[in-house]
Design a protein around this ligand. Structure first.
Ligand code: HEC
Ligand code: HEC
Length: 492
């Protein structure tokens, strides 16, 4: 996203006119309902709780995808008359378009009208929630190539270039450009992360809430409630295809009630009136419906090697014994109809993973929870963060590295053997087929001893919120059992 905003900043050197193209889309098929669990009939191994289901309104998945690809849900962007030059300068590189969208825009940008009627191009949900894996665009996969490190300086340079185009834009378009730049500049100090690839979305929500009146949604230049800490805790973007099974959104099970209303909080960026927010809300039941039909991509045996089926079936037995009580059971992947998922959250001290996000995270402070619950967004949904973490559904796990809520563990093998987890590690290009996850190199020093641009590429698990301990449930496995479970996990 950050590199992309840097590219957008260069756009202000152009004076071309917009080319508008209507969107078309094939209807996406509807997935079968997952067998919905009620109270689990297993004995809970540790202190945790069942998360009951909240009713969700039905929606049309195909329309939801259309909204995601061309909806006005962020409310701001760059006036689209400034865009064609970006394409002509090759700024979007090889980034593919969104399937079904007849637009010369990369998948992470959308064209839509703002509240003032100016057509703009701005980032969409796929900025964070899509990835290119083995050359294929996978919608819903976590976008882990984002580096928020240079955000503030790139926004500053974006702002400084606005005067260069002031003369060639209509006054309404110039006002939209300034609004977008000013909004990004206001939030920029709160989206700083320490490691490339970790996502500051939770902190972003906190700073956006703090600038808005919860009743009218009017934006105030000065915060109305105390903002969160500036440095964001690291969050590993989750895949969207888990939502077909999950009763609560987010690692801490905070997102309850009508999920569509929570999914639309992206609109706290620039949607500045209740009227606009209501219009967006009307389209988000469809978005929720599309997300709940998303299927994980199957393990690509053609490029990454065939799955050893007999070994995987040995692994399934180990999984059922050691893992299923928290993570559920998985039937035929082509229908998923006989999957079960217990919908639990487990106390942070019991799972033992880094507790900073679950306990005392500034972005989850009660003033933000109260803001949300008392706002338009809280009419049909509510936030109720738990002091723990949800054991997620493990479908499509191979495509979701790194692991844990903070992305501190680069491979599944390391996740299942806590003694082997690297303390300081640097991501390398490519894919780690043997251990399932990221290719990485263990390095001998952490951030305290590193200076220069390479520092952000090192995941330092000794930093606050970045710890890689806990989740010891694979430690007792023999090497053969671990190999078998890893093989089984590829089949989910
Ligand atoms: C700036 C990056 C970013 C953008 C843009 C973004 N998200 Fe997310 N999203 C995240 C992160 C990070 C999380 C995990 C937060 C947590 O659990 O604390 C998340 C969580 C979610 C979840 C819950 C997943 C789960 O397993 O609990 C859903 C659903 C979701 N986002 C949908 C959307 C939709 C729909 C949009 C656009 C309207 C969107 N997101 C825009 C980063 C982003
Ligand atoms: C007592 C409940 C419990 C048991 C048993 C358990 N897990 Fe987990 N698991 C969790 C929780 C809670 C998390 C989330 C922790 C976090 O993100 O900090 C998790 C996270 C994970 C993740 C990371 C998912 C991701 O995308 O980041 C994987 C993979 C995983 N577990 C696999 C397993 C396997 C395999 C087993 C059996 C060997 C197992 N778990 C046993 C509770 C459990």
């Amino acid at each position: 996203m950050i590199k992309r905003f840097g590219l957008l900043a260069l756009l202000v050197a152009c004076d071309s006119s917009p080319g508008d193209t209507p969107d078309t889309l094939d209807a996406s098929e509807t997935a079968p309902d997952i067998a919905d669990s009620t109270e689990p009939d297993i004995a809970l191994p540790l202190r945790g709780e069942y998360i009951p289901a909240d009713p969700q309104l039905p929606g049309d998945p195909a329309r939801g995808y259309q909204t995601l690809s061309a909806g006005a849900y962020t409310g701001c962007g760059i006036p689209s008359e400034l865009m064609p030059v970006a394409d002509s300068l090759g700024m979007f590189g090889d980034d593919p378009p969104l399937p079904g969208r007849d637009e010369p825009l990369p998948y992470y940008l959308s064209r839509f009208p703002t509240g003032s009627g100016v057509e703009v191009v701005g980032p969409n949900c796929f900025t964070c929630h899509a990835a290119i894996i083995d050359g294929e665009l996978v919608l819903g996969a976590p976008g882990i190539d984002l580096d928020f490190g240079g955000f503030a300086s790139q926004i500053a340079s974006f702002q400084s270039q606005i005067p260069l185009v002031a003369d060639i834009l209509e006054p309404e378009s110039l006002a939209e450009l300034e609004r977008f730049a000013n909004r990004l500049a206001t939030v920029a100090p709160w989206v700083q992360t320490e490691v490339a690839g970790t996502n500051p979305a939770d902190n972003l929500a906190g700073i956006l809430f703090s600038h808005r009146d919860p009743n009218t949604l009017a934006w105030h230049e000065e915060p109305l409630i105390e903002p969160p800490d500036k440095l964001a805790l690291p969050v590993d973007t989750p895949p969207l295809w888990r939502m077909g099974k999950k009763h609560a959104m987010f690692y801490s099970a905070a997102g309850r009630g009508d999920h569509s209303r929570i999914m639309m909080t992206t609109s706290t960026l620039c949607v500045d009136s209740l009227e606009e927010a209501k219009q967006i809300a009307d389209t988000f039941d469809d978005v929720r419906a599309w997300i709940s039909t998303l299927e994980p991509p199957p393990f690509p045996e053609a490029t990454r090697g065939p799955i050893d089926r007999p070994l995987a079936s040995t692994g399934e037995a180990v999984f059922l014994r050691e893992c299923a009580s928290c993570h559920g059971t998985y039937g035929d992947p082509s229908t998923r109809a006989d999957d079960t998922y217990p919908n639990l959250w487990i106390r942070a001290e019991d799972v033992g993973t880094d507790s900073a996000m679950a306990i005392g995270a500034s972005h989850a402070a009660s003033r933000f929870v109260d803001w949300f619950n008392g706002s338009f967004y809280g009419e049909t949904a509510w936030l109720d963060p738990k002091p723990g973490y949800v054991p997620p559904p493990l479908d499509g796990l191979w495509a979701t590295a790194p692991f844990l809520h903070n992305g501190s563990v680069p491979t599944l093998r390391a996740l299942l053997d806590s003694s082997s987890r690297p303390r300081y590690w640097q991501r390398l290009a490519g894919w780690n087929a043997a251990d399932i996850g990221l290719n990485f190199r263990e390095v001998s020093v952490g951030h305290a001893e590193l200076t220069g641009p390479g520092r952000r590429s090192v995941y330092d698990t000794t930093l606050h919120g970045h710890g890689n301990a806990g989740h010891p449930y694979g430690d007792g496995l023999t090497d053969a059992e671990r190999d078998a479970v890893l093989e089984y996990l590829k089949t989910l």
